[in-house]
Ligand binder design. Structure first.
Ligand code: ATP
Length: 264
């Protein structure tokens, strides 16, 4: 039986208070299973990033959350950065422009894994190699602006997994990249979650991208969960008219996935 990592019950998040409050998530019930690749798909404004931030305890101060998130897969609540890694759409916003990228990755390892300076440096270098950055020694001293968009996203992924988190949350990580680089980044995430036995929550508005490698898909629409289920079932026989419309508008049944499904 699958182990539940996180269980969301009647999760509601509203921005602002009183009459003007805007509900970005409403009564969301969802379980996240240990080791799965869960894609959260939905149109812009459906509440995907709000869900990611709620999971990480990173909601804006003006957000009011009700309902619950319990973490049977952790002893106590997981700590963002240590137990949960985050990668966002724009690596430029998560990477510091004036600190070499190697040092930024090493700092995460020093903070959370309590490594010495030299061990953290070694760990960062190994991570750059792990995310297939060419010439990791040179890349250690590079600044974010000296890297391509795809390489920056690889560095952001290296930083996100530096503390060996068991959950990785990837929020629209490929939206700013061209199609070929998108496929490479998705393929890298796929490889890493398998090798490191992480759970992946992959947030995207692109159902074609999700269809290639997600084990399960959850569909959000206007702050509500429309349906969630195994990717193959949901793609082949959507249970809700909205999912069917979303599928019809994004991919034909003969559209090949960007990457091959990982073997079981
Ligand atoms: N800090 C905030 N204050 C007020 N409203 C917010 C805030 N953050 C998000 N919202 C609103 O909540 C709704 C959901 O936003 P959210 O970013 O979660 O959606 P999304 O599905 O991730 O969209 P996108 O794909 O465009 O990022 C949107 O209408 C957005 O404008």
């Amino acid at each position: 039986m699958s182990t539940i990592l996180a269980s969301l019950k009647k999760l509601t998040v509203a921005y602002g208070a009183g009459q003007g409050a805007y509900r970005a998530l409403q009564n969301l019930d969802l379980d996240i299973f240990k080791g799965e690749r869960l894609a959260i798909i939905g149109e812009s404004g459906s509440g995907k990033s709000t869900l990611a931030r709620a999971l990480g305890g990173l909601l804006a101060p003006e957000a009011h959350m009700s309902g619950s998130i319990v973490w049977p897969g952790f002893h106590g609540s997981p700590q963002a950065g240590r137990d949960m890694g985050f990668v966002f759409q724009d690596a430029g916003t998560s990477l510091n422009p004036v600190i070499p990228v190697g040092r930024q990755i090493a700092e995460v390892a020093r903070l959370h894994l309590k490594l010495s300076r030299s061990k953290a440096h070694e760990h960062a270098r190994a991570l750059l190699a792990r995310v297939h950055i060419p010439d990791p020694d040179t890349a250690m001293n590079a600044f974010a602006h000296q890297l391509s968009g795809g390489q920056r996203q690889r560095v952001a992924i290296a930083a996100a997994i530096a503390a060996k988190p068991s959950l990785l949350i990837a929020d629209e990580v490929t939206s700013a990249l061209d199609t070929i680089v998108q496929a490479q980044i998705v393929s890298l995430l796929d490889e890493l979650v398998a090798a490191e036995r992480m759970t992946l929550v992959f947030i995207t508005h692109d159902i074609a991208l999700a269809s290639g490698f997600a084990d399960r898909i959850a569909v959000l629409h206007e702050a509500r969960l429309v349906e969630a289920g195994p990717a193959a079932d949901l793609l082949n026989a959507p249970g809700q008219a909205y999912t069917a419309r979303l599928l019809a508008s994004h991919i034909g049944l003969d559209t090949p996935p960007l990457i091959a499904k990982h073997p079981p």
